[in-house]
Every structure is written in C-alpha cells, then in structure tokens.
Design a protein around this ligand. Structure first.
Ligand SMILES: [Zn+2]
Length: 56
C-alpha cells in the first residue's frame, strides 16, 4: 500500500489497482508519494481492500 499526499483531500492509502486507475488524476493534481508499506492492517482509500489476503 502506498501513502499519497493529495492537494485538497489529505493523505490517502492506495492499493496498486486503484493507483493504476486514477494515475492520470494523481499526476494532474500533483499527488506526492510519502512511502510504501506492506501492512495487512492498511486499507485502500478507494476500494477499501488491503494489499495482503489473510487466510484463515
Ligand atoms: Zn484500492
């Protein structure tokens, strides 16, 4: 999951799928990558899923 700083909506965690989908918007709005972290507790701000599938 990547943490991005947006201009008017605060920081957002984004998964790779959602990042690819809104990449053009991110570039246009000048979002900045803060850091990349692999953490099963993190949820994507767009789709609400986590990076890591947790098996029972
Ligand atoms: Zn997502």
């Amino acid at each position: 999951m990547q943490l991005w700083v947006t201009n008017d909506d605060g920081d957002k965690w984004l998964c790779a799928d959602c990042k690819a989908e809104i990449e053009e918007q991110m570039i246009n709005e000048g979002w900045r990558l803060v850091f990349d972290r692999l953490d099963p507790m993190l949820r994507c701000a767009v789709c609400g899923h986590c990076d890591i599938e947790i098996e029972d």
